[in-house]
Design a protein around this ligand. Structure first.
Ligand SMILES: Cc1ncc(COP(=O)(O)O)c(C=O)c1O
Ligand SMILES: *[C@@H]1O[C@H](CO)[C@@H](O)[C@H](O)[C@H]1NC(C)=O
Ligand SMILES: *[C@@H]1O[C@H](CO)[C@@H](O)[C@H](O)[C@H]1NC(C)=O
Ligand SMILES: *[C@@H]1O[C@H](CO)[C@@H](O)[C@H](O)[C@H]1NC(C)=O
Ligand SMILES: CC(=O)N[C@H]1CO[C@H](CO)[C@@H](O)[C@@H]1O
Length: 542
C-alpha cells in the first residue's frame, strides 16, 4: 500500500542544458524574456519592417491554406461522393463527421504514447493517507448541511486562528497589494514578471519571522533563501539539487506521507526508512541510522542525505540540541547532507523548546554547506492556501541551482505582497504567535485527555497539530491488516478520517495520527463520541 516498491521515473534528460534557452536565465526574467522577442522585432521593425512583417506571415498563411485544401480534396476523393452531407462542396471540403471517423480509425492502429511517469501517476492512489483525503471530499462533515459526513482529522491544517488571519486580511488586503500610506506599491510591483526565487522584501520579512518563531536566538540571512510555492516544491527542488536519480535519503520513521511523492516522483530518489520505536518515544536513534546506512551501502545504493522533519510530523516530538549535534557528526562522518524540514517550528505547545539546526550550526565550527532547511507558512501561519515555502541553505552552489529551479514553483507576486505586509505587521504577528500557541495547547491538552479516558495513549509530544495515538490494543490481528481494518471502521462507523501509521511507514502496527487543529475546541466532544463508538465495537468483538 505504500510506495516503497515503485521505482519512479525521472522524465528530465540529463543532457538537457537549461542555459541554452534564453528564458531560463532566471531572476531578471523580464529582461531575458526580451531576447526571444528581439529577432522577430528586428524583422518587423527593420527598414522594410512593415512590408516584411506583414507579407511573410500572409504568404505563409496562404500556402498553409492551399496545402490544407489539397489534402482535404485528396482524402475527399477517397470517400463516398454520394453521401448527402458532402454533396454541397464535393471537391473542397470533407464533411467533419466522416473525416473524424477516418482519423479515429487510423488512430486506433497505433495509439499515441504517454510517459511512464504519467501511467504510474494516473493510477488510483495506493496510500491510505491520500485515499482518506479523497473520501472526505466526497462526504465532508458540516454541522448544518451534512452532520453525518466524515470529519477531517487526517490533514495538518490549522483552523484554530483563521479568525485572526481573516480580520487582518479584511483590514489590510487592498493596502498590502496595491499600496497604502506607508508603502508606494504600484501595478509594476505586481503584474509584470518578478524574480522567480522571490521578492527581497519577502525574504527579509521571512528571515525576521523565522528568527522570532524559532525562539529569537538564531539569525537568518535573506540572501541564503530561495522562496517556493509551499514547502512541497522546496523539498523537491532540494532533492533535485542534492542527489541523482537512484540515490537515496535516510528518513526516520514514522514520517510525513508527502515525502514519498516529493522525493520519489520526479527527482527519482529513494527513501530508506530508519525505524524508530515506541519504546523510545519514536526518538531518532543514531545506531539505527548507522545500520541503515551500511546496509544501503552493501546493496550498492548511494545514500546522499538524511531527511528529517523537526518538530516531527507525525509524532510531534522535538530533536534535542544533543541529538542535532550527533546528527551533524553522523552526516560529516558519512559525508552526506542533512535536510531539516522545520515547518512546525513555531507550532510548539509543550514544555520542550524548539532548537533549529541553524542555531546548532552557529554555535560551533561545523561545515555548514551540507545542512539545508525547509520552512514555510502553511503550518505556523496557517496559510497553506497561499503557498509560501523557503529553502534555506549556506551552500551557494545549491542556492544558485535552486534559484533556477524556482521557475517551476514561483509564488505569485500579489501573494508575496500580502504576506510581506502581514509579516511586517509586528503587532499582529506577535498576537498571532501567542494566540496560536495558546489555542493549540488548549485543544491538544483537552483532546489527549479525552483519548486517555477512552484508554488510548498518545506519544509524548511538544509541537505540531496532531497526536500520535497508540490504538494497538484495538486492532486484531496485530498486523498491518488489523490496522487497515480499524482505519476502515473509523471511516465508515465513526465517520472520521485519521492517518494510519502504515501510511507514515511506521513499523509497529496500530498507531494513528489524529490532527486536532481542523476542528474547534467545541467540537472535541463530538469527535470523541465518534471515537468512543469504534472503541466500543472493538471491545465487544474481542
Ligand atoms: C513535514 C511537512 N513538510 C512539508 C509539508 C508541505 O507543506 P506545504 O503545504 O507548504 O507544501 C507538510 C504538510 O503537511 C509537512 O507536514
Ligand atoms: C512614496 O512616494 C512619495 C511621493 O512620490 C514620496 O514622497 C515618499 O517618500 C514615498 N514613500 C516611500 C515609503 O517610498
Ligand atoms: C537504537 O537502535 C538499536 C539498533 O536498532 C537498538 O539496539 C537500540 O536499543 C536503540 N536504542 C534505543 C535507545 O532505543
Ligand atoms: C556545496 O556542497 C557541496 C557538497 O557538499 C560541496 O562540494 C560544495 O563545495 C559546496 N559549495 C559551497 C559553495 O559551499
Ligand atoms: C469511415 C471512412 O470514411 N473511412 C474511410 C477512411 O479512409 C480510407 C482510405 O484512406 C477509406 O477506405 C475509408 O472508407
Amino acid at each position: 500500500m505504500t510506495q516503497t516498491q515503485k521505482k519512479p521515473i525521472n522524465p528530465f534528460s540529463q543532457t538537457h542544458n537549461q542555459n541554452q534557452n534564453p528564458k531560463t536565465e532566471s531572476s531578471s526574467s523580464s529582461r531575458n524574456g526580451m531576447k526571444l522577442i528581439v529577432p522577430l522585432q528586428s524583422v518587423v521593425q527593420g527598414r522594410n519592417g512593415f512590408l516584411l512583417g506583414s507579407l511573410i506571415p500572409c504568404a505563409l498563411f496562404y500556402f498553409f491554406q492551399l496545402y490544407l485544401k489539397r489534402r482535404r480534396s485528396n482524402s475527399n476523393s477517397n470517400n463516398n461522393p454520394s453521401s448527402p452531407s458532402s454533396s454541397s462542396s464535393p471537391t473542397l471540403v470533407l464533411p467533419r463527421s466522416s473525416s473524424r471517423s477516418n482519423l479515429s480509425s487510423r488512430g486506433s492502429i497505433s495509439r499515441v504514447r504517454l510517459s511512464k511517469l504519467a501511467s504510474i501517476l494516473s493510477k488510483p492512489d495506493d496510500s491510505l493517507y491520500y485515499i482518506g483525503l479523497d473520501r472526505v471530499l466526497q462526504d465532508p462533515y458540516d454541522v448544518f448541511v451534512n452532520p453525518n459526513g466524515i470529519i477531517q482529522l487526517g490533514l495538518s491544517d490549522n483552523k484554530l486562528c483563521l479568525d485572526l488571519i481573516e480580520k487582518w486580511l479584511v483590514k489590510n488586503l487592498e493596502g498590502s497589494v496595491m499600496g497604502n500610506n506607508d508603502m508606494n506599491l504600484s501595478i509594476n510591483g505586481i503584474a509584470p514578471y518578478q524574480a522567480f526565487d522571490g521578492l527581497n522584501e519577502l525574504k527579509i520579512a521571512l528571515a525576521d519571522f523565522m528568527h522570532q518563531v524559532m525562539g529569537g536566538s538564531v539569525e537568518f540571512d535573506p540572501s541564503n533563501m530561495v522562496l517556493t510555492s509551499g514547502a512541497t516544491p522546496a523539498i523537491e527542488i532540494l532533492s533535485f539539487c542534492l542527489a541523482d536519480q537512484g540515490n537515496a535519503f535516510l528518513v526516520p520513521t514514522p514520517f510525513y506521507p508527502g515525502f514519498d511523492r516529493d522525493v520519489r516522483w520526479r527527482p527519482g530518489i529513494d527513501l530508506i526508512p530508519v525505524h524508530c520505536r515506541s519504546t523510545d518515544n519514536f526518538n531518532l536513534n543514531i545506531t539505527a541510522l548507522e545500520q541503515a546506512f551500511s546496509q544501503a551501502r552493501k546493496r550498492g545504493v548511494k545514500v546522499r542525505g538524511i531527511l528529517i522533519s523537526n518538530p516531527s510530523n507525525p509524532v510531534g516530538n522535538i530533536l534535542t540540541p544533543e541529538m542535532l549535534f550527533s546528527l551533524l557528526d553522523f552526516a560529516e562522518d558519512k559525508n552526506i547532507h542533512i535536510i531539516a524540514d522545520e515547518v512546525f517550528a513555531g507550532s510548539t505547545y509543550g514544555s520542550e523548546e524548539f532548537v533549529s539546526i541553524a542555531e546548532v550550526l552557529d554555535s560551533e565550527y561545523i561545515d555548514k554547506s551540507r545542512v539545508h532547511i525547509i520552512y514555510g507558512l502553511s503550518k505556523d501561519l496557517a496559510i497553506a492556501g497561499f503557498r509560501v515555502g523557503v529553502i534555506y541553505s549556506h551552500n551557494k552552489t545549491v542556492l544558485d541551482a535552486a534559484k533556477k529551479m524556482s521557475r517551476f514553483a514561483t509564488i505569485s507576486a500579489p501573494t508575496q505582497r500580502i504576506v510581506t505586509s502581514m509579516l511586517s505587521d509586528k503587532r499582529f504577528i506577535q498576537e498571532y504567535i501567542d494566540t496560536n500557541r495558546h489555542r493549540i495547547r488548549r485543544v491538544h491538552d483537552e483532546f489527549v485527555d479525552c483519548l486517555t479516558k477512552l484508554g488510548i495513549k498518545c506519544a509524548k509530544s511538544s509541537a505540531g497539530m496532531f497526536c500520535w495515538a497508540d490504538m494497538s490494543g484495538l486492532i486484531k490481528p496485530y498486523s498491518e491488516k488489523g490496522e487497515l481494518e480499524l482505519w476502515e471502521k473509523f471511516m465508515s462507523v465513526a465517520k472520521i478520517n485519521i492517518t494510519p501509521g502504515s501510511a507514515c511507514h511506521c513499523i509497529e502496527p496500530g498507531w494513528f495520527r489524529i490532527c486536532f487543529t481542523t476542528i474547534s475546541f467545541e467540537e472535541i466532544p463530538l469527535v470523541i463520541e465518534r471515537i468512543r463508538k469504534v472503541v466500543k465495537t472493538c471491545k465487544s468483538s474481542s
